[in-house]
Design a protein around this ligand. Structure first.
Ligand code: MG
Length: 373
């Protein structure tokens, strides 16, 4: 292991776990967090949850799981270059989407609407809830009892109202402070991963075309470089070589700009990170190019009529399940039925949010259709 920077999070300056545990043998506190996340049930479910394309639409599209692995890979490379805690970045990245509903953003929007009068639903908060409360695997505690810094990184955003009820991880939102550089980095690694794989998946699906993308500066610049170096390559190979270069440009830019930001902030400790502005960032040029690409994906891929049709079905499915369970909690499996006596709507939201795409589809059928064998 390389020497960590003085402002990186370490096992020594960590705020620790809610329930005290003996230090792990042969691994760091954050490696232990990572290991707990990988062994969790919610982690295995990521394989069958939508990123943009619903799981059964094709075998080669990203799922939440492969997206998560890409975020972790990008985050770790950057962390190492900045001498930040790679294990912490890995743990945050692997857990960052654990609270996602089935069917991606359409599912989350539907559940949020259903929960409007009961506190709402937000996937960042739900990811925290998964690791703090919902996983049931350890004798001594509910959840995974992760370190403060891992939990803080998982909770990317949160309203001041929610922050008040979250205890330690909510404090920074009220005090208007920044999270660790490792948390800031995980956030941008997420962005690098999804912008690029959505270009790749979007083209693979045929919903967007190379000609359309040639109007986006960052894509056309890298496409031209690829064509110049390899004039003969075509099709998927040309696209993949272009996307690979885009990721490389973003990662290198992020390392370079963040190194400069950190140097000019003259950081000496982790405490100094909290009071400083966000220091992990792209250069202005790349930030604007990324913004243009995001806008393109929003208008042409996420709002494509075929995606919208699927989102609409997803919305309908989640909403209908929610309404059905709220009307009669005896339809819930026993574990959630028992929980519904204390917090009815929260129990229903937890049940639905935990579903994979295909489980939600099956549950919908089980509830509404009498099938003959
Ligand atoms: Mg993500």
């Amino acid at each position: 292991m390389y020497d960590l920077a003085s402002y990186a999070v370490s096992s020594k300056n960590s705020r620790g776990r809610h329930i005290r545990e003996k230090p792990p043998l042969g691994r760091s506190e954050f490696q232990r967090d990572r290991d707990r996340i990988i062994h969790s049930t919610a982690f295995r479910r990521l394989e069958y949850k939508t990123q943009v394309f619903v799981n059964h639409e094709g075998d080669l599209f990203r799922t939440r799981l492969t997206h998560t692995l890409e975020v972790s890979q990008i985050g770790r490379s950057v962390a190492r270059n900045l001498r930040l805690n790679e294990d912490l970045v890995e743990a945050i990245a692997l857990a960052h989407d654990l609270g996602h509903t089935p069917f991606g953003h359409a599912g989350q929007d539907a559940l949020n609407e259903c929960m409007k009068n009961y506190g709402g639903f937000e996937h960042n908060l739900q990811s925290l809830r998964v690791v703090d409360v919902l996983e049931e695997r350890y004798g001594a505690f509910d959840g995974l009892n992760l370190c403060f810094e891992t939990r803080e990184g998982i909770l990317k955003h949160c309203t001041k109202k929610n922050a008040k009820s979250l205890g330690d991880v909510g404090e920074r939102f009220l005090a208007n402070q920044r999270p660790s550089l490792e948390a800031q980095l995980s956030n941008l690694a997420d962005e690098i991963a999804y912008n690029n794989h959505d270009v790749d998946d979007g083209l693979r699906s045929g919903l967007i075309t190379q000609e359309q993308l040639e109007e986006v500066v960052i894509f056309s610049r890298h496409l031209a470089m690829t064509k110049k170096q390899y004039p003969k390559i075509l099709g998927r190979r040309l696209i993949q070589e272009t996307v690979r270069r885009m990721i490389n440009t973003l990662v290198t830019d992020l390392i370079k700009q963040s190194t400069a930001n950190i140097a000019s902030a003259k950081l000496s400790s982790l405490r100094a990170v909290l009071a400083a502005p966000c220091l992990i960032s792209f250069s202005e040029k790349i930030r604007l190019e990324q913004q243009e690409l995001k806008k393109f994906l929003h208008n042409n891929l996420y709002q494509h009529y075929q995606v919208t049709r699927m989102s609409n079905k997803a919305h309908h499915t989640v909403k209908t399940l929610f309404n059905m369970f709220s009307g009669n909690t005896r339809l819930l499996p026993p574990k959630y039925q028992a929980k519904s006596y204390q917090e009815k709507y929260q129990a229903i939201a937890d049940y639905i949010a935990g579903m994979t795409d295909r489980y939600a589809i099956k549950e919908y059928r089980r509830l509404f259709i009498i099938e003959e064998n």
